[in-house]
Structures are given as C-alpha cells and as structure tokens.
Design a protein around this ligand. Structure first.
Ligand code: ADP
Ligand code: ASP
Ligand code: MG
Length: 418
C-alpha cells in the first residue's frame, strides 16, 4: 500500500487535477490511498465564512456562494456544464448551508470544524468523480469514518487505537487499487467533524500510513523536494536528497513549512520512508526521508518563522524571576496552548517569542498582568540555522538587528527585527 498526499496547490484548478490524474496513472498497478487537501486557498476562504457567520453577518452566505461557484467552475471545466457530478459536490455545500441555518451552538471551534471541512470533502469528491469520468475506477472514502479524535475542535488529538482499527477495517473492504480520501479532518465518537490543525493534511497522510502499514508515503509539492531553506525566501536554496528522520523532526519542529511537524514521528515509528516530490516535475527523485545507517552530513539548513512577538515578563513585586514565577507563566501558556518558540531567563525578567496570535496574547496578558509587568515587541523574525558555520553566520548576521540569540553545537537561533 502506498499513501500519497496532494496539497491545495496541486489541486487548485482543472489542469492541476488532470495533472494529479496523470501522476496516479503511473502507479496503476499499486494499491494506494490518495489524501487530498481543499482546492487552492479554499480553507482560507472558508475561514472568512466562519468568521462572518460567528459575527452573525449574513454576508457569510455570499462568501460561501463564491466558494461554491469556484467548485462549479472547476466541475464545468472537467465534466462539461450541468454534469451530474455537480449535484454530488453541491450536496456537500447544501449540508453546510443547512448546518449554518439550523445550528444553535455558539462554540467557535465546533462551528469552525463543521464548516471548514467542506473544502476537503468537496475536493476529494470532485477528484474521485473525475478519475471515474476518465475510466479510472476508485473508491471515495470518508476520512471521518477512519480517523477518530478527541473533542479538541480545530486541534483534535488522534485516538490511535480506534483509528488503527477503523482504518484497517475500512480498507479491508476496498477492492479498487485507488482510494481517494480527505486530509485534515476526522471525527469524534459522536461523529462530529474535527480538524487536526491548519496544514494538517500531511499529518493525515502519516496517520493513514502508520495505521495501514504503508510501504511508502509520498507528498507531492510545488517544490523539488526538501531544500536547505524555503526557495521562496532564499534564491540559492539547494535540494537535500536524503534526510534522516531525526533531522526532519528537528527541521519541522523549528518551523520548516514544507512538512507539517506532526508528520514524521508516526512514520519513524514504523520505519516508513517518506518521499517529498514535485507534482510539477513528477519524474524527478525529490527528497527521501528515512532512517539511514550512515552518519549524514547536511548543508546549513535555514528556517524562518515570521511575525513573532517577544513577550517580556517582570515581577510586579520587584523580586527576581524564580521557579514560582516560571510555574505561573508556563501554566498560562500551557492552558492557552500558546507555544514559546524561543525563551530566555534573566534576573528580573523572563522573555519568550510567540507567533503573533492576537487573541491568545491578549488572554496571556489578562491571566498574568496581576503579577507581572508585560511588554510586547512586534515585527520580529526567528531565524534558526541547523549545522551552521562561520560563513553562513556572517552572511545572515550582516544588516540584521538581533534581539536574542541561542546556540547549541548544532543549532543557532536568532530573533531579529524585521
Ligand atoms: P501543500 O500544498 O502540500 O500544503 P505547502 O505549501 O504547505 O504545500 O508546502 C510547500 C511550500 O513549502 C513550498 O512552496 C515552499 O515555499 C515552502 N518551504 C518552506 N521551507 C521549505 C524547504 N526547506 N524546502 C522546500 N520548501 C519549503
Ligand atoms: N486545507 C487545510 C489547510 O489549508 C489542510 C491542508 O491543506 O493541509 O490548512
Ligand atoms: Mg501545506
């Protein structure tokens, strides 16, 4: 069994979907589960729908209609106008409209998950129907019947044992060589839809790979493979052909956006190789992530986390920062699930940089302002360089105003003013 994952950019329009079909045709004789994201930027557009709906702004209906029209346009291109497939895709949008009209919950995260999931449901349905249309038999599978989660809407945790049983049972009834399913979504034991966090489709593919004991997982991206930096930010970025699981975990932990950070560990646990390949140049080798016996050597690897806010806490009673203060600060961050991307302790203050999530930062301030004076510094980037050397440090430090530095033998982190 192979597990493939196609992200939003690879299924953004009719031509892209035809390209996916042509990649799949090269693996005709192999059993495969194909995990797809929502088309293009659909998830962002659906987030706007959710926000309007929550604000009780009826414009949400127009926004939802636009997303529906985008899908209709792609359907028309793939199947011709008024083809029966449109009704199947529209039925999914009707279900969301009905949910919006009849919903009585005011729980933001619950509502978010029920609405946002239509992106993946629609794209997977459309792709499955297109494959049938060109004579490629396949089975559409509802990921919510296979991935069981807790109730942490928008950031649901996987219930691994149940998920494994459900995946194996569902797949044992599939006779087709190709199955199409959704990334990013799962469901609770009561069958309410949950999501696994933005960009979570890579992780979904890893969950399926783990549960189904895949021989290999391949994620098809708009880049050659994993490079030593984001090629959109660094024009001299180079492809890394082989990466050990351990290194991939570090890279993604520090924020390399090419792979979702939760993807690697399930694969490493069962020693399932992961290939990152280009859906544009699909014949090229890309990057192989696996457990390698030999010691690997890597070029300096640069990861940039943009839009950081540095929070600085000093005790209002003028005392030194001690363990009891740390307990209070860490407790608040843990409760709000706000991650500290870099932290530093001094005599009278503790500082941590976080992603610029305004609501969460406000909550942190509310929780801690009784005991601490808190300052915020915005417009910072966190640069992490693994396997750094003098040359790269000289290059990256030139013309940068560094606010905070942390260094181990392998990794240096620099919090810089933008
Ligand atoms: P998907 O469509 O699968 O969700 P993403 O957009 O999440 O794909 O990931 C691909 C993008 O990741 C690339 O377009 C590239 O700009 C970015 N990227 C960030 N860091 C790296 C890296 N080290 N190597 C390759 N691409 C990277
Ligand atoms: N569609 C979801 C998102 O945009 C999940 C994914 O693409 O990985 O976050
Ligand atoms: Mg992504």
């Amino acid at each position: 069994m192979l597990v493939f994952k196609f992200g939003g950019a690879s299924v953004k329009d009719a031509d892209s979907i035809k390209n996916v079909a042509s990649i799949l045709s090269k693996y005709e004789d192999q059993k495969k589960l194909v995990v797809v994201s929502a088309m293009g930027k659909t998830t962002n557009a659906l987030e706007d729908v959710v926000n309007l709906y929550i604000a009780k702004d009826q414009k949400y209906q127009d926004y939802l209609h636009e997303i529906r029209e985008y899908h209709q346009y792609v359907c028309d291109e793939l199947f011709g106008a008024n083809h029966g497939v449109q009704h199947k895709v529209f039925a999914l949008f009707d279900a969301i409209e009905n949910f919006c009209a009849s919903n009585i919950s005011d729980n933001y995260t619950f509502i978010y998950d029920q609405i946002i999931s239509v992106g993946e449901l629609a794209s997977s349905k459309l792709i499955s129907e297109y494959l049938k249309h060109i004579g490629k038999d396949n089975q559409w599978l509802d990921a919510r019947e296979m991935i069981r989660t807790d109730h942490a809407y928008t950031d649901a945790k996987i219930l691994w044992e149940e998920t494994e049983k459900l995946c194996l049972a569902r797949m044992s009834n599939v006779s087709q060589m190709t199955s199409i399913t959704q990334g990013f979504i799962g469901s609770t034991s009561e069958r309410f839809t949950t999501t696994l966090g933005r960009e979570g489709s890579d992780f979904s593919a890893a969950i399926f790979s783990f549960c189904l004991n895949a021989e290999k997982m391949v994620i098809w991206k708009d880049v050659e493979g994993v490079m030593n930096a984001d090629p959109k930010q660094f024009s001299d970025a180079v492809l890394i052909k082989q990466i050990a699981f351990k290194e991939a975990i570090e890279m993604t932990y520090y924020g390399a956006k090419v792979i979702h950070p939760k993807t690697i560990r399930p694969l490493q646990n069962k020693n399932i190789p992961l290939e990152v390949r280009s859906f544009i140049a699909s014949d090229k080798g890309g990057t192989l992530i696996h457990s390698f016996d030999e010691e690997m050597s890597y070029p300096p690897i640069i990861v940039v986390k943009e839009d950081q806010v540095l929070l600085r806490f000093s005790a209002k009673d003028f005392s030194f920062i001690a363990e009891n203060h740390m307990e209070e600060i860490f407790g608040a961050f843990a409760d709000l699930r706000l991650r500290m991307n870099i932290m530093q302790n001094g005599a009278i203050s503790f500082s941590a940089a976080v992603d610029n999530k305004k609501e969460k930062i406000q909550e942190i301030v509310k929780l801690l302002e009784k005991d601490f004076s808190i300052t915020q510094t915005e417009s910072l980037n966190l640069l992490t360089i693994r396997h750094y050397n003098d040359n790269i440090l000289q290059r990256e430090l030139a013309n940068r105003e560094v606010w905070l530095t942390q260094k181990t033998r392998e990794t240096i982190q620099l919090l810089c003013k933008v």
